[in-house]
Design a protein around this ligand. Structure first.
Ligand code: SF4
Length: 459
């Protein structure tokens, strides 16, 4: 009897957002039937894929320096008779395309977020044609979701589920419309099928993903167009799915239906990431955000009316070209007025190819840093206050995995805070009421409680 053929090992390094995490999972699911298993180290791999992100500053330069390190590894492995295949995927691949093959001849294949379902074809061609480089950064006619394996390979009780891709908003600072293309929504039936499959594998919480997730407008099983509210209501009826989140939203697409759903669908978690970016209407217009601060305030008010315990997080860019001290002060004022449970804030830096990259009047580095520090101080104080307000309360926690200490479990509150309790592994996958005793750093510590949860009071 001959030994079974040893598995080939793939290492995927994922940069950036949750959509890339989802894409990485789907790439692994595509590669598994071809005999690949995932490995944690590039040194052990036969195939390394960099699943890249173009959002951060100098994103492509970081990819090129990683490729430099991989060239050395590839040469070392070649000397040992172990070929290493290299691929660049994701948004840098989409944006840079051919340039990657020119600058990094060690790369075997370059493919974008819309073509990774063609991995089996790329690999077959690589095997057939030897060393020739391949590139595929098309926006193909076929829908990758129709081609990707139906089965999902989830190992936990939470999962991402992409429902929408691309963006038509064209904020002047953002590369997404160029790298991910126009808005496209998956049909609701396909999303419901994927959710049922995830539930059958023990998933209890799904996070619906999209670059502009609440712009979702997929075809419903009834042939009509469904918005996100309708989809969330249908997903809440899927047996086993108890919690639904969605990210990233645009204020402009928070319609009345969706706001009402927050008050009517208990599975929709009372924690929403809603980027506002700036508190200045002039800067919002320069960013082409298509909303002003009044609209943002109105939406937040309506959300809080519909679901009084809802907590918000947001994104902020400070030091956009031309931002004055007074305009920055308006951002601090808005933050103070709204109150956020957590947030992400960044200094503006130009992304090549975006309209804002050509704007005059850059804000000096020192001023940007000063403003970022002031904003982050305020946001951190708000986060600390929010987390502290959860102490001495009882809240439902979805237990996810063992903690670092023996006998400890870690779960997530409705507000995505990590919650540590003492308990056995039989609780993993259960939603248990926990009395919160303490806050340490950004984590809550508590114990199982018989008292009913006071979810609606923690804010
Ligand atoms: S809405 Fe979001 S993804 Fe779309 S262009 Fe603006 S920042 Fe980028």
């Amino acid at each position: 009897m001959t030994d079974p053929k040893p598995a080939k090992r793939v290492h995927i390094k994922t940069y950036g957002c949750q959509m890339n995490v989802y894409d990485t999972e789907r790439m692994l699911e595509t590669l598994r039937p071809l005999g690949y298993e995932s490995c944690d180290s590039q040194d052990d791999a036969d195939f390394v894929i960099l699943n890249t992100c173009h959002i951060r500053e100098k994103a492509s330069e970081k990819v090129y320096s990683e490729l430099g390190r991989l060239r050395v590894l590839r040469e070392e492995k070649a000397q040992d008779g172990k070929p290493l295949m290299l691929a660049v995927a994701g948004c840098v691949a989409q944006a840079e395309g051919e340039e990657i093959l020119n600058r990094a001849p060690q790369v075997d294949m370059v493919f974008g977020p819309q073509t990774y379902h063609r991995l089996p074809e790329f690999l077959a061609k690589a095997e057939r044609d030897g060393g020739s480089q391949q590139i595929d950064v098309d926006f193909p006619i076929e829908d990758k979701f129709d081609v990707l394996p139906r089965d999902r390979d989830v190992g936990g009780v939470t999962a991402f589920l992409t429902i929408q891709e691309g963006c038509d908003k064209f904020c002047t600072f953002c590369v997404v419309p160029y790298t991910r293309g126009a808005e496209q929504s998956r049909p609701a039936a396909a999303i419901l099928e994927e959710a049922r499959l995830l539930a059958s594998k023990g998933v209890r919480e799904i996070t619906l993903l999209g670059q502009n997730v609440n712009a979702y407008h997929g075809e419903g099983p009834d042939g009509r167009e469904w918005g996100l509210a309708r989809l969330a209501r249908a997903l809440a009826d899927v047996d086993g799915i108890d919690r639904i989140r969605y990210t990233t939203s645009h204020p402009r697409d928070m319609d009345r239906d969706l706001i009402d759903a927050h008050g009517e669908v208990p599975a929709l978690m009372p924690f929403l990431h809603l980027p506002v970016q700036s508190g200045s209407d002039r800067i919002l217009a320069a960013m082409n955000r298509r909303h002003d601060t009044d609209l943002f305030r109105r939406i937040v008010g309506e959300l809080r009316e519909a679901r009084p315990d809802i907590a918000l997080s947001s994104d902020f860019i400070v030091g956009f070209p031309g931002e004055t001290d007074l305009e920055f002060a308006e951002t601090l004022k808005l933050v103070t007025e709204i109150g956020f449970a957590s947030s992400f804030s960044f200094r503006y830096s130009p992304r090549p190819g975006t309209p804002a990259a050509t704007l005059a009047d850059p804000v000096p580095d020192a001023v940007q840093s000063e403003r970022l520090s002031a904003l982050q101080q305020l946001l951190e104080a708000q986060q600390e206050a929010f987390n502290r307000s959860c102490v001495d309360r009882t809240m439902p926690v979805l237990m996810e995995k063992p903690g670092r200490k023996p006998g400890q479990l870690v779960g997530r509150s409705p507000y995505l805070q990590p919650v540590h309790i003492d308990g056995g592994s039989e609780l993993i996958g259960q939603i248990v009421n926990c009395r919160i005793d303490a806050l340490r750093s950004y984590s809550l510590f508590g114990q199982i409680s018989d008292s009913p949860s006071e979810e609606r009071n923690c804010a």
